[in-house]
Design a protein around this ligand. Sequence first.
Ligand SMILES: [Zn+2]
Length: 328
Amino acid sequence: MLPFKLIYSDDYYLPIGEHVFPAEKYRLVHQRLLETNVAQRGDFLAPQPASDRDVLLVHTPQYVEKLTKGTLSAIEAMQMEIPYSQELVRAFWLSAGGSILAAEQALKHRVAFNLGGGFHHAFPDHGEGFCMIHDVAIAIRRMQRDDKIRKAMTVDCDVHHGNGTAAIFAGTRTGSEPLPSVAASTLNPAGKMRGAHAGDVFTISLHQKNNYPAWKPASSIDVDLPDGMGDDDYLAWLYNALSSGLRQFEPDLICYLAGADPYREDQLGGLDLTIEGLKKRDELVFRVAKTRDIPVMVTYAGGYAQRVEDTVTIHCNTVVAAKEVFSD
Ligand SMILES: [Zn+2]
């Protein structure tokens, strides 16, 4: 048995037809974890859908009504870049419920996974970039409402900027200052770290600068990475961002978005990380969280490798990394 729980449902599958988003990846990850004996059946927990009340902790009543009644405008539906349906609404509500359960489980067992979620491009009043509602933000607001946490930190390692996360938790900000860095001399000078923070949720995003979304609202820390950055430089920037963030802010929960799309063979990404480098990335986040005794919940976010098996391997490796770090 794993020393933590994996939240999963076959109904995470997104009914979106032929699409660059591999909706089958959730089932394939579940299957691979069992086949490779990384996990046993008893390691999985089934989620309940989030309630509308939970979703309304983050999203506007107007937007929630449009989703549940199917009255999005043509432009709003197009902006989401996945075909709207009632089944799709149910899948996203279920994913959000999975992230809520993962947050609760993380608080009990130091770490937990939602084997899905990470829909970081959803805004309070609209969805975009394959994201309808923001499961991670909903989980954070629900934990706060239930008085289970006061402060959370998002660590977004998807190759795309966490624009929805930044917008939702923007709070009131002061102007950007250059951030102190622990080992600036070791960092690839082409990358850039910027940020300012105010509020109860500290947001970190490491992403490829020249990629979607064009408009990147300010996170607490944004690390803009140049095209083609490889494992070592990426890990140095990640370490730097985590160290800087945790010097400024003491979260009760870390929400790690373990996107598989910084992978060198990703169709929608332009970084150059290897499968091994991505696993080191996961280990780094888990070691930092464990050392500081901060619970961490994991969601998967994007992953569009040319071979879907690679996306599945990268996502499964995140579970393996947690197993290695937290088994003691
Ligand atoms: Zn992405």
